[in-house]
Design a protein around this ligand. Structure first.
Ligand SMILES: C[S@@+](CC[C@H](N)C(=O)[O-])C[C@H]1O[C@@H](n2cnc3c(N)ncnc32)[C@H](O)[C@@H]1O
Length: 458
């Protein structure tokens, strides 16, 4: 390695270490800006260091996860031979960057033999599946759209569109969504009655949303549950973790859209439960304000301590890590993420145990229930496929099986532990690709009691 290249790498590692040890006050960017003056760097050198520092920080959790997956002996040799931030910088450059550093390493390169590099690549692939959030450089809030669903209790698609057009909005019919003006919108092709607006749209301030409640802001992924649940007329559906009530209201709204006048003769009824006092109060108010009182009954109880015999469906959307939500700044959280990794794992374990308990209760303790959806806004397998797999194995004796949910949506669940067919029945959204929050839904059905409860009003 030329001494100047070696110097730049040392400087990059020093900067990474300084950035990681700052607590409050000096930001990483400030440290980087000072660097140029402090070390008399030319602009090219400074830009290179800047890029390497930012990229290595962005991917550090993923790179650590990659290291965690290596055989212990190799991992320990790497740990004892290199500084932590050097290791991450080197791995970033080797696996995700321009591979400039490897060629100038002259010591200990035996640790980076072609076999070990191939092994690192395989570990990176597995790590990307485990913590895809750090592998998604363009997963930022700017990537998602704003979604507004028509509230069919008080309005209709035609009336909302005409109101929007009168107030200067323009419906875009072409497929190309790039370069959308802030006053443009288009209709979603998966969720009916869902309007899509660009991120910078001011639709949330429009009177259709704020005063008339004809349009409800709700992420597309969260609309999947009611869209795919396809509730038959006359059913009673328990929304087990309902606050602030989005999915309960969407179920009714969707019913009105789907069945028209027949809905009012044999309405779908929702029992919306939440155990949290404050969230419950907010939900109760929201349901009232949006005009759903006649169809949604609210209960401030613990779902685990409650049951009923006259419901046919349950939607279960329990508390989760929220790792699919886009309004979190993962890069800025990085230091805490790394330091708190262990406590995060413990938290995830607790959450998934709680989720399994809730799902078991939904599937085992409601005698006439024959359709249950399980959903989270988490991207972690531990809260999604693994919960479904474990509980499904425990309840199969009761006749439950996974069924194909929202088949028109292309992104499906992950295999292992689910088999290919089961995984393909589940729905996932990818925040990087789908312009929505990260979300997961699985649907369970059984036919045991269907004869007794299915009502054919349609
Ligand atoms: C992800 S949020 C639900 C969001 C809601 N489904 C919606 O779309 O508007 C989870 C909710 O579950 C509630 N919750 C957690 N444990 C519960 C339990 N044992 N019984 C009832 N509600 C519970 C929480 O208070 C929280 O409001």
């Amino acid at each position: 390695m030329s001494s100047s290249k070696q110097h730049l790498i040392d400087l990059t590692v020093d900067t990474l270490e300084r950035c990681s040890s700052f607590k409050h006050g000096t930001s990483c960017k400030t440290i980087l800006y000072r660097l140029r003056k402090e070390h008399g760097l030319n602009i090219r050198q400074w830009k290179r260091i800047y890029a390497l520092v930012m990229q290595t920080r962005k991917y550090a959790s993923l790179l650590q996860e990659t290291l965690n997956m290596l055989p212990e002996t190799l991992r320990n040799s790497l740990y004892s031979s290199f500084r932590r931030w050097f290791l991450w910088l080197f791995l970033y450059d080797l696996l995700l960057g321009k591979n400039e550093i490897q060629s100038v390493m002259n010591q200990k390169e035996v640790l980076f033999s072609p076999e070990n590099i191939a092994l690192l690549r395989r570990c990176l692939e597995s790590a990307q599946k485990r913590i895809p959030l750090t592998a998604q450089p363009c997963w930022q809030a700017e990537n998602i759209y704003v979604y507004g669903r028509v509230n069919y209790v008080s309005s209709s698609l035609e009336s909302v569109i005409s109101n929007l057009e009168q107030s200067g909005y323009r419906r875009k019919r072409a497929k190309r969504k790039r370069g959308m003006g802030s006053n443009e919108f288009w209709l979603d092709c998966v969720v009916s009655g869902l309007l899509v607006f660009p991120r910078h749209s001011k639709i949330a301030q429009h009177s259709l949303v704020r005063h008339q409640r004809a349009l409800v802001i709700q992420d597309k992924s969260s609309c999947f549950v009611a869209q795919g649940f396809d509730a038959p007329l006359g059913w009673t559906i328990v929304d087990a973790c309902a606050a602030p009530g989005n999915k309960s209201m969407h179920l009714i709204s969707r019913g009105i859209e789907q069945y028209g006048e027949s809905f009012y003769q044999h309405p779908i009824r929702v029992i919306a439960i939440d155990r949290d006092k404050e969230r419950f109060a907010l939900m109760h108010r929201t349901i009232h304000e949006h005009g759903y009182d006649a169809f949604i009954e609210t209960r401030n109880v613990d779902f685990l301590k409650w049951s009923c015999d006259d419901c046919q469906g349950i939607i279960l959307d329990p508390s989760c890590s929220g790792s699919g939500l886009l309004n979190r700044n993962w890069t800025d959280d990085l230091e805490e993420n790394l330091q708190e990794k262990e406590s995060q794992r413990t938290r995830l374990k607790h959450l998934s145990n709680f989720q399994k308990k809730m799902l078991r209760h939904a599937l085992c303790d409601f005698a006439n229930c024959c359709r249950v959806t399980y959903s989270t806004c988490s991207i972690y397998k531990e809260e999604n496929e693994m919960v479904v797999y474990e509980v499904l194995n425990q309840v199969q004796g009761l006749g439950w099986k996974l069924v194909d949910f929202l088949p028109q949506w292309p992104r499906r669940g992950w295999k292992d532990p689910l088999d290919s067919e089961q995984a393909a029945f589940c729905v996932r959204t990818d925040p990087k690709l789908d312009h929505t929050n990260g979300f997961f839904v699985a649907c369970f059905e059984r036919t045991l009691h269907e004869r007794n409860i299915r009502q054919s009003y349609e």
